[in-house]
Design a protein around this ligand. Structure first.
Ligand code: DX5
Ligand code: ZN
Length: 222
């Protein structure tokens, strides 16, 4: 299975989202970072923006909720038509119940882990999720450096998914570029969020192709 490249519009021109979406049309999904100034010390936008992006985006939306109380707010993003809705394990009161709600609405359900959050408690819950997002930076800001210390979590996830028959995507987010994507792919990731490396490139399509080729060459190498 080939890798998925999901550019994060956190690194796009906030005054021109529709035009920016046109620059990444060769990507797989568009990653949409929702921050509430409580779960993380930064604020982006919310449901109204996602509803509008859903109308104009040629790519499916991969919504990453960095917010408190996702149990209350996440279903609205699924109802807006997001292809995947990922909430943080550290913020959810009932992660399994919320994932079931998201799936019942028709979205893929994702659970995200901050760098300091262990993966072990979630390994046996994998049938409840369609995606696990291993944060490779502290959530909140683009342009940070990739933390290789998070890679053992991907290896554990890949070992658990392999042979299980489950279709769980393993996503990394933060500091992904043409070098770090190799490390993440070798560790077991198959879905890669890249913000600054795509949108700061002169030709985002060229960078997307470069990232995809680097990942595909190293998928599951370990
Ligand atoms: C960080 C966000 C990321 C961010 C990644 O909290 O979740 O999606 O956009 O940006 P880069 O690729 O620049 O690290
Ligand atoms: Zn993100």
């Amino acid at each position: 299975m080939p890798s998925r490249i999901n550019p994060s519009i956190l690194a796009a021109d906030f005054a021109n989202f529709e035009r920016e979406l046109g620059r990444i049309s060769t990507a797989d999904l568009v990653h949409v970072d929702i921050m509430d100034n409580h779960f993380v010390p930064n604020l982006t936008f919310g449901l109204t923006m996602v509803e509008r992006l859903q109308q104009v985006s040629p790519l499916p939306l991969d919504v990453h909720l960095m917010i408190d109380d996702p149990d209350r707010w996440a279903p609205g993003y699924a109802e807006a038509g997001a292809y995947s809705v990922t909430f943080h394990a550290e913020a959810a009161a009932d992660a399994v119940g919320l994932a079931r709600t998201l799936r019942s609405i028709g979205a893929r359900a994702g659970i995200a882990l901050k760098p300091g959050t262990p993966v072990e408690p979630y390994l046996e819950l994998l049938p409840e999720f369609d995606q696990v997002l291993v944060m490779t930076v502290e959530p909140g800001f683009g342009g940070q450096s990739f933390m290789a210390s998070t890679m053992p979590k991907l290896t554990a996830l890949r070992d658990a998914v392999r042979g299980s028959g489950l279709d769980v995507w393993l996503q990394v987010d933060g500091g992904i570029n043409e070098e770090t994507i190799v490390t993440a792919a070798e560790a077991g990731a198959d879905t890669f969020v890249a913000g600054s490396s795509v949108f700061n490139a002169a030709e985002p399509a060229t960078q997307i192709a470069l990232l995809r080729a680097a990942a595909d060459a190293h998928l599951g190498a370990h």
